[in-house]
Design a protein around this ligand. Structure first.
Ligand SMILES: [Zn+2]
Length: 686
């Protein structure tokens, strides 16, 4: 299958930034499976209605539908991502306008996708017919270049139609999730998607039956140019593809092999009772994932401590079960990697996105080098909090006054535009276009999907959903989403459909570049000490949680898998000892206690191994690019990066933009920005 379009990149929700960029990025970043095909991430929002009201306030988490058989796992993943996120603080809006009370200029224009629903129906029918016809290509691809070309063209045509049909229906549903009409249309579009997925599932495996020389010879013909990257990428999997019968057997084992993930989700989301604590007002309240995160930012240290200790007590009570579950997951990864002839689980996981192992290793090395700066930052935190010993439950509480100032929408638009001036005149014009031409759905209305996201559909401008509440944080959300929108716009205008969808590792770069430019801009013109400290702390927290913490996670995953690969037992003791040592290394300056030593038991992302490093590389790439842009001379290569879409592996696209993740220096350059701001905060907070 070629493009799995439906990109909805997003969901910045937490206005509480304590788990900050982790929140934003985790939450924003597209979930993607480790396979090649997930370049075509289809993202879905997480508003779960009655299923689990705990997540209701959390806006959209993207999920990848690339493989229908993964759907269940991915849905589980969606909930897990949500759980790491601070619940959105309701800003106490008691009334809101209905859609017809909102000015037309503040709503998106879905009629730019289909002017009438009759046209939607016509495309729906056309797609259905094409899907029905598609199976006639099966078994013929190897016959001739013409046969392969015809199948690839039909595949493209189907997915362009499905993307349009799906996006139109879903965005209408996002306007009001209670609409039976658009629920129905979305369901039909989803069925169409599933049938298209099933109909084209033979394509890649059959391409691999064509001898390599023949395949690459055909692909060198001019007419194949838009399919060339895809063909080369499929061909790259040859060495790790088994016989048809062996692959069939492994596919059958997929579900039981992903069982650990399901058990973890059931245990930690449903069965486990986290107990209760007494809150700041003296009321006894139940601990949940959401309330735990809120208590960790409580100014009352007793509340933070109680929440922390009570929460971990629940995990400790299930330590053997959680250990067995995680060990099973790791062993499953090792089995899959070995079955597909990879050197190890890490190598297998990185292969899909064409990421060299060196990228992973360099990230860890670079972060290690800068740990003394993190120690200095933790020292500032300890000093400002005035505590004798910085405990793990002291890491999230804000250390500055709240600088999340009021910001009406018009001012937010002006701020974003002004802050993004370094990106050049064309980018400025595109921002004007996005403001004026129905790209953005600004305000909250009854039934509207919460949070924020950006959706794209080839041939139409991108769409941004906001729930703008008039705070500085909302302005950052606008800038973030417009980063995605411009990435989509540039990709779609510069690339054919087949290579227009950028991959996960690149997905959060453009949005984070915009946020970083906004931070630099605000700081440039800000003399007020309190506001400066606030902006800087926000930025530093994003580094701590997105870069340092996720790299520590990445290192844990690597060590756990290497232990399994070398036959070392994965026990509560061995894993906790290893995780404790990592915390002592990364959080030097804080008190590493027995509770944090078992934190690995509660991290949902560990069931999607070797994924989280991308949060760190994404942030570092964006900060380095923003820095280069501000130094001058990097705009053109940055815009070219946006234009490159999915025409190459993200590592190569980033390299062309000036960020070579194969080299430690790229990560270090961004961490030096962190170091500069730590120094400034140190001076400000004296
Ligand atoms: Zn995003």
């Amino acid at each position: 299958m070629l493009a799995r379009p439906f990109r909805r990149t997003e969901g910045k929700c937490g206005d509480d930034k304590s788990e900050l960029m982790f929140v934003s990025i985790v939450y924003r970043i597209a979930r993607v499976c480790q396979e090649r095909s997930c370049a075509h991430a289809r993202l879905e929002n997480t508003r779960s209605g009655g299923e689990d009201s705990r997540w209701e306030s959390i806006s959209c988490n993207p999920i990848c539908y690339t493989k229908v058989s993964y759907a269940r796992k991915i849905f589980a993943g969606r909930r897990r991502i949500a759980r790491e996120i601070e619940p959105k603080r309701r800003r106490g809006k008691t009334c809101m306008n209905t859609r017809d009370q909102i000015e037309e200029t503040l709503k998106w224009k879905l009629e730019d996708i289909y002017a009438t629903e009759a046209l939607w129906e016509a495309d729906y029918a056309a797609a259905q017919a094409q899907v029905a016809f598609f199976s006639s290509h099966a078994g013929k691809l190897a016959v001739s270049a013409d046969a392969l070309f015809a199948a690839l063209c039909d595949d493209s045509s189907i997915w362009q139609l499905v993307e349009r049909v799906y996006t139109y229906a879903h965005l209408h549903k996002d306007e009001d999730n209670g609409s039976a009409k658009y629920q129905g249309m979305t369901d039909r579009a989803m069925q169409l998607y599933v049938s298209a997925q099933a109909a084209s599932s033979f394509l890649d495996p059959e391409i691999l039956t064509i001898p390599e020389d023949t395949l690459l010879g055909w692909a060198s013909e001019e007419r194949f140019s838009r399919f060339r990257f895809r063909i080369a990428d499929v061909d790259r999997r040859r060495a790790h593809t088994l016989s048809t019968e062996e692959e069939r057997l492994l596919a059958m084992a997929q579900e039981p092999l992903s069982g650990a993930d399901n058990i973890f989700t059931m245990l930690t989301d449903v069965d486990l009772d986290y107990g209760s604590i007494v809150n700041e007002s003296g009321e006894t309240v139940k601990l949940t994932h959401g309330s735990y995160n809120m208590f960790l930012v409580s100014p009352d240290r007793r509340v933070r401590k109680d929440a922390y200790e009570t929460f971990y007590k629940a995990y400790r009570g299930m330590k053997n079960t959680l250990n067995a579950t995680y060990a099973t997951s790791v062993k499953g990864d090792v089995f899959q990697a070995r079955a597909h002839r990879f050197a190890g689980a890490l190598e297998a996981a990185l292969h899909g996105n064409g990421v060299p192992v060196a990228v992973y290793e360099q990230l860890i090395e670079a972060v290690h080098e800068m740990l003394p700066v993190l120690k200095k930052y933790l020292g500032i935190r300890k000093r400002v909090l005035g505590v004798d010993q910085l405990e793990m439950y002291d890491l999230y509480v804000p250390i500055t006054e709240d600088g999340d100032i009021d910001m009406p929408y018009e001012s937010a638009k002006a701020l974003v535009k002004e802050a993004l001036k370094p990106l050049g005149a064309e980018y400025q014009q595109l921002l004007d276009k996005s403001y004026a031409e129905g790209w953005i759905d600004v305000y909250e209305t009854p039934g509207k999907t919460s949070g924020a996201f950006c959706a794209e559909t080839y041939g139409t401008h991108p769409y941004v959903l906001l729930n703008f509440q008039g705070k500085m944080d909302d302005a950052f959300t606008l800038g973030h989403e417009l980063g995605h929108a411009m990435h989509s716009h540039y990709s779609a205008t510069a690339q054919p459909f087949e290579t227009s969808h950028y991959r996960i590792l690149a997905a959060e770069v453009a949005s984070t570049v915009n946020e970083t430019l906004m931070t630099h801009h605000l700081l440039k013109g800000e003399a007020d000490r309190v506001k400066r400290a606030y902006y800087i702390t926000q930025f530093l927290e994003s580094f701590r949680t997105t870069c340092f913490r996720q790299t520590m996670f990445a290192e844990f995953e690597l060590k756990a898998h290497r232990m399994a690969e070398s036959g070392e037992p994965l026990t509560v003791e061995s894993l906790s000892q290893m995780y404790r040592a990592l915390n002592e290394l990364y959080y030097d300056g804080a008190h590493v206690d027995d509770n944090i030593a078992i934190e690995w038991m509660r991290i949902p992302h560990f069931y999607n191994a070797f994924y989280v490093y991308q949060y760190a590389t994404g942030l570092c790439s964006a900060v380095k690019l923003a820095d280069d842009i501000l130094q001058g001379g990097a705009v053109e290569r940055y815009i070219n990066f946006l234009k490159s879409g999915g025409s190459d592996y993200p590592i190569e696209e980033l390299k062309a933009a000036g960020v070579d993740l194969n080299k430690k220096e790229s990560i270090l350059a961004s961490l030096r920005v962190f170091a500069q701001y730590v120094d400034e905060l140190d001076a400000l907070m004296q």
